[in-house]
Design a protein around this ligand. Sequence first.
Ligand code: ADP
Ligand code: MG
Length: 478
Amino acid sequence: MQQTKDHIAVWNSCLKVIQDNVSAQAYKTWFDPIVAVKLKNAILTIQVPSQFFYEWLEEHYVGILKKILKKELGQKGRLEYSIIIESGSTNTNPYTVKIPATDKNVLKNPSVSMPIDINKDTIRNPFIIPGLKKIKVDSQLNPLYTLDNFIEGECNRLARSAGYAVAEKPGGTSFNPLLIYGGTGLGKTHLSHAIGIQMKERFPEKIVLYVTAERFQSQFVDAIRSNNKNDFVHFYQMIDFLIIDDVQFFSGKEKTQDVFFHIFNHLHQTGKQLILTADKPPIDMQGMEQRLLSRFKWGLSADLQIPELETRIAILETKIQNDGIKMPKEVMEYLAYSITSNIRELHGALVTLLAQSSFNKRAIDLDLAKQMIDKFVKNTAREVSIDYIQKVVCDYFDLPIELLKSKTRKRDVVQARQLAMYFSKSMTKSSLAKIGAHCGGKDHATVLHACRTVNNLIDTDKQFRGYVTELKKKISID
Ligand code: ADP
Ligand code: MG
């Protein structure tokens, strides 16, 4: 251990590595404001400007911080945060709280962030609390990922209700295994925890265990290394309801697949419930043994899709309410309209916005949101969406959006609809057919006609031209 270094030197070494590994913008936002305050007993304390910072760091940079600290401070290296509590007035002597990087962390998201305490348990039965006669297994479930918090929408209806059915009757439905698949950030981890929580509540005497495929694999490797393969297998065969997250991680890892195959068979034959998640359906999984794939298909495969606008709004609304955040409705809607990729990005944008506002001491308004989206979510949200265009146009003319999407041919609605089509054509990459489908189920010819009409009116009608200029300004993200 290098006891000679002080906190500044250690933190500077961390910063050097971080700088090479994150974007300049991310570095400026999340690392510049941090001040290292002390180093004692291999615990480095850093001061962060707000709770958001702490959470953001824990969620996104815990892996890299952990590695560097281990290198700098040895096996015992740990990180503690000191958070400045804002009191309104300028405070030269900020009140600080210490949050060990471990507890909260585990609670928040056990799959992403392992405690920063680097001492890895020597793995026998990793979840068993030693010294207890009756075996007790920590389910590793995140209490925040409940079914109630998992907003229902078209995008997740099948998976959610299958999950619900499984939780009511684990092992007793034909959904065994239940395989939940879908792209990143669409809620696989959340939903699998939620089912686990529900099962645990209904059947408290049963052993429920959530584990990521990655962790399963690393435990297996450790078990082999220390000659404990049997312990490992027995441990898993004892679980009543087993949840394995991101099974695609097993791809190409034959030994792990083999051991999992046997555990799977044992559990399935004894009527235990298996819940698996994956980033794609079994048919598209590469590097996975056929016998395992065929078992994945025994039960039900249910997918999670990208949430539709209404669901995105509902998810943000719930999050904002649960976290007690105050934010104008238009800002929330703007986020939901702009971020269409996945729910993690949606939450990420919200957190970034809050951080920006708290750090720059600026109110959360549409301007700040636009700037933030522009800076941080470039790749996913640079292009405005048809939904957003429709919303801005409707707000401008004070029309309900349903009218614009309806078949009505009332003059003012027709004009607004044509404008929405015109802007969708000029400001998004959507096809004419897609634009038509979004605007009251019209075909591509109607959209073309609308664009021509708008162009004609721009040339001939001064008032109309004014509308177009103003609307264009409102719609532009830049
Ligand atoms: P995945 O495992 O598919 O990558 P996660 O389960 O980690 O995705 O979800 C990413 C984030 O989105 C989490 O914060 C989760 O709580 C949230 N989330 C996903 N789906 C929903 C939903 N239907 N309702 C509320 N929050 C959701
Ligand atoms: Mg996940």
